[in-house]
Write a protein that binds this ligand. Sequence first.
Ligand SMILES: [Zn+2]
Length: 507
Amino acid sequence: MATRIIIPTALRQYTAGHEVVEVSARNVGEALTKLVSQYPDLKKNLYTDDGKLRSFVNVYKGDSNIKDLKGLETDVRLGDELIIVPSIAGGAVATFGEMQIESDVTLSNEEIKRYSRHLILPEFGLEGQKKMKNASVLMIGAGGLGSPFAMYLAAAGIGKLGIVDFDVVDYSNLQRQILHRTDSVGKPKAESAKATINAINPFVDVVTYDTPLTSQNALEILKDYDVIVDGTDNFPTRYLVNDACVLLGKPNVYGSIFRFEGQVSVFWANSHEATNGRLPEGACYRCLYPEPPPPGLVPSCAEGGVLGVLPGVVGTMQAIETIKLITGIGEPMINRLLLFDALKMKFRELKLKKNPDCVVCSDHATIKELIDYEAFCGMPANDHSQNAELQSQTQGAKSNPNEITVQELKARLDAGEKLFILDVRNPNEWEIVRLNGTVLIPLPELPNRLSELKGKENTEILVHCKMGGRSAQACEILRQNGFKNVKNVVGGITAWATQIDPSMPTY
Ligand SMILES: [Zn+2]
């Protein structure tokens, strides 16, 4: 029996779809070397150019990070499992200590009736319910994760719930964002969320922030809340939320989703101090992922897709962790990372450790104030609507010779020009909608299928995808391989469907 290496969904495109790769090796380094020699495309995703393991790649042997063992020198034996964890941003009651949440409020008869199933839980009781009423929680994002989170927190009697979201409800949100209804399409998400929450429980004080969270306003918005809940879908906002929580000493209840997989944890760098030493020193998100993956490596849910019920499970677990922190019951997920695979219906728990050299939460931290997170991640904080994004991309594109707008493309096709258009989306997206006369080569396959473009080195190649992100990467690959006249179609087929041919479906 060999060592099994578990490949996460995001990297399976480089392993011909395999979830498990078996190799025989003496240590982790050798196992990974064998893995990348079998699948060379994986190499640049796991290693830096000078051969070091990338900092956003975590490798676990069993439930321990190899960083806490002997790194790449860690021995592996027959039957061991190695797990590559990508960044994607009970029992007896143990009371772990107060969060300074007081229970000096009273409950009305109506509230007692409403929360009676909590009140008769010995661990929760009147005391726990009063703490819920006195507590405040800030939810970043009123989307897939925020939906079940907010609805359960509201039903459970949270006193004050802040919602940061400046997106508007889109039809494509309704498949999973159950806070919003069909008749909310086009309305601000914060407003739509508030209406749903107060319909569930009018006692909740809902405060909406219909604004993007930025380095300028984050500390001001977060400082008044007891618990912060990360329901974002992009890396710049995720690092911003993490750093702001560390600087303010607040717990950060983390959840993330991708396709069929989810992650949950509680990051709380100040946990030891805040609970008078009852909890160990907590890790933060940067202790686990010091740096974000390079732009484009981890696709967003808009590009990669997500099972609609998945955020229901992950967001509900975030709600449970939040209630545990507020009421002080149970064992919070500090220094633990839960991985959930919905297709296998499997949970896996990994240990986390505070990184003694963490740039934001260690004793010698170098980050003492919020930074420019879009620059740090090399990507925009895309928490806004697809159309707004397309608009800004389309407007900025006019003077760039490496890009073509859908209006220019239409004009040239109408003039009878014979154009070579390359579609780099996945086949299942091609099934939904396509432009006539295009050639399909999905981005992950492009490096191995360049021979199909032989003879086109000097031909103009117009490349498109769904919204312009993957096609920009494809243009880069083509240029590096000697194709001299490559242009990215700005906004992709979504721009074509919204601005040129509204009879086409969008997805
Ligand atoms: Zn840290």
